[in-house]
Design a protein around this ligand. Structure first.
Ligand code: ASP
Length: 332
């Protein structure tokens, strides 16, 4: 949490200061079937406070009629490259063996997809994911193979474990207890979804995953359909939180399919969260230990979000400015 506050203080910066308002009100949630309304585009949404600055980079592209795909890549690269953001990219927290392993995926308006998982030593996994999408016959590369491909593509290898993350990991080793507690922020992901001036949707999602995870563990973030999904006819969604729970329901694909059935982005996120809640109860697990948040955007530029516990927020940038919204949640 401190992390984020510091981020806001130090990086919230002139450029976003004007726009940095926190709204707790209900986001727009009209039905996609209401065709009389003007399309709200361009627009970009991203998870957590660091989304504010990421949105700024994305907006630079969107406001100049650039492509949503370029916007989401440029946007998520901001926290990826920031060592103060300890849950994404450079400076991300390591696994329990001290390796920083990164997961990312990207999806465009034509259902082109690319992903990397368990990628080490490369600061911008999202750009490697995009290269997988554009330059290989595959959609996902993992581990050593992903690194080999990245290096062959000219990405620079560098140590991503910063002093702070290493210190924290060494502290953790004293107990070695893996207990990712909801809203004790030893994890977080930037997921970003955008609708461009041409009315096309794209999304990107990138993370260092759960801190002190087992070596080789993947969450939802690099998995198309789980941590991110885009359907250019309908809408887009991305997720953050306990990836295991998002994968269990194919979360973001579900959110988009619910919008296809006519649900607003808000209602679609609520329904997806309610599935997780039901399964958690059926499996006799404690809901208090779980946090999952979804954000969603439809073809009309309407958006919404929902999560299990309070504390999740997301940033929205459209022609009315850039702002942070506290997501509504289930456990009151
Ligand atoms: N969803 C990510 C994962 O499970 C972590 C997060 O967003 O908090 O790896």
């Amino acid at each position: 949490m401190n992390n984020r506050r510091n981020f806001i203080k130090t990086a919230a910066v002139a450029s976003v200061a004007v726009a940095l308002q926190s709204f707790t009100g209900k986001p727009k949630e009209e039905s996609i079937n209401d065709l009389t309304k003007k399309i709200n585009k361009p627009i970009v949404l991203s998870t957590w406070n660091f989304g504010l600055q990421a949105n700024e980079a994305a907006w630079e592209i969107l406001k100049n009629k650039g492509r949503a795909l370029d916007a989401v890549e440029a946007g998520v690269k901001i926290p990826e490259g920031d060592p103060k953001e300890r849950s994404v990219g450079y400076g991300g927290r390591p696994d329990r063996d001290g390796h920083v392993t990164l997961d990312a995926c990207i999806m465009d308006e034509q259902a082109n997809i690319g992903a990397v998982a368990c990628l080490e030593n490369i600061k911008h996994p999202i750009s490697v994911a995009r290269a997988v999408m554009e330059k290989t016959p595959h959609v996902m590369l993992v581990g050593e193979g992903a690194l080999q491909f990245a290096v062959a593509q000219g990405f620079k290898e560098e140590n991503l474990l910063t002093e702070e993350s290493e210190k924290e990991w060494k502290e953790w080793l004293k107990t070695s207890q893996y207990k990712p507690i909801a809203n004790i922020e030893n994890h977080d992901t930037i997921g970003m979804i955008a609708l461009d001036a041409d009315g096309n949707l794209s999304g990107a999602c990138t993370t260092s995953g759960m801190a002190f995870k087992m070596r080789g563990r993947l969450g939802d973030s690099p998995i198309i359909g789980a941590g991110l999904f885009v359907d250019n006819e309908i809408g887009a969604a991305t997720a953050t939180g306990h990836g295991e729970e998002v994968i269990r329901i194919s979360g973001c694909h579900l959110v988009v399919e619910l919008m296809r059935q006519g649900k607003s982005p808000q209602k679609a996120c609520e329904e997806a969260v309610s599935r997780i809640i039901k399964l958690t109860k059926n499996r006799n697990k404690d809901l208090k230990d779980i946090q999952v948040g979804f954000i969603a955007l439809n073809k009309k530029g309407e958006y919404g979000s929902y999560c299990i516990q309070g504390g999740f927020n997301y940033a929205v940038y459209d022609d009315t400015g850039n702002r942070l919204i506290d997501a509504n949640y289930f456990l009151k």
